[in-house]
Ligand binder design. Structure first.
Ligand code: FMN
Length: 159
């Protein structure tokens, strides 16, 4: 069987989502594609400008266009901000054509993930959504086992 080419696209402000993205990449052999903003948030501006942009559903400019042409299976990861996805991930999922791709969502949060997966699914209607997983309080944990279990579970999943 031909192995599907995989990518992990993620944004991370304080490292939690990056940690999970790296564990998924290590487990699956996927390429890591970090989403970098042209005007990066600081911890302060995340709580002011960032929150404002969440509510406006803004698409802030990102440094490099994300090219998914070569990938058939794509993990997309975001921190939860105000119960939904962060603006730079909003930019990616609204601007990049993911139709026909197998998509797996993940998010990191501190206990309140809101309706984030519904928001994802509503935006990516034309994709094949294979799975979704939230990781809580990542900073306090060794998440390797949780990642391995999820990745193993979805590895053989078909649409
Ligand atoms: C502006 C802002 C809003 C947040 N909103 C939520 C929230 O609604 N629910 C929650 O559980 N955590 C919330 N958090 C916490 C983050 O989701 C959590 O710390 C996440 O793991 C951070 O990921 P990162 O380290 O990859 O940036 C928020 C953090 C920030 C900075």
């Amino acid at each position: 069987m031909v192995e599907k080419k995989q990518a992990v696209i993620y944004y991370s402000l304080t490292g939690n989502t990056k940690k999970i993205a790296e564990l998924i990449a290590r487990e699956t052999g996927a390429d890591l594609l970090s989403v970098e903003m042209e005007k990066p948030y600081t911890k302060f501006s995340a709580s002011t400008k960032g929150v404002f942009q969440v509510f406006r559903q803004s698409r802030p400019r990102i440094v490099d266009e994300i090219d998914v042409t070569d990938y058939s299976r794509i993990y997309i990861g975001t921190p939860v901000w105000c119960g939904t996805l962060v603006p730079p991930i909003n930019t990616v999922i609204r601007n990049v054509n993911f139709s026909g791709k197998e998509i797996l969502f993940f998010c990191t949060h501190k206990g309140s993930k809101g309706n984030i997966f519904k928001h994802f699914r509503d935006i990516l209607k034309d994709s094949k959504i294979l799975g979704e997983k939230d990781f809580q309080d990542v900073v306090d944990k060794d998440s390797a086992k949780e990642v391995t279990e999820w990745v193993t579970l979805v590895k053989i999943r078909k649409v």
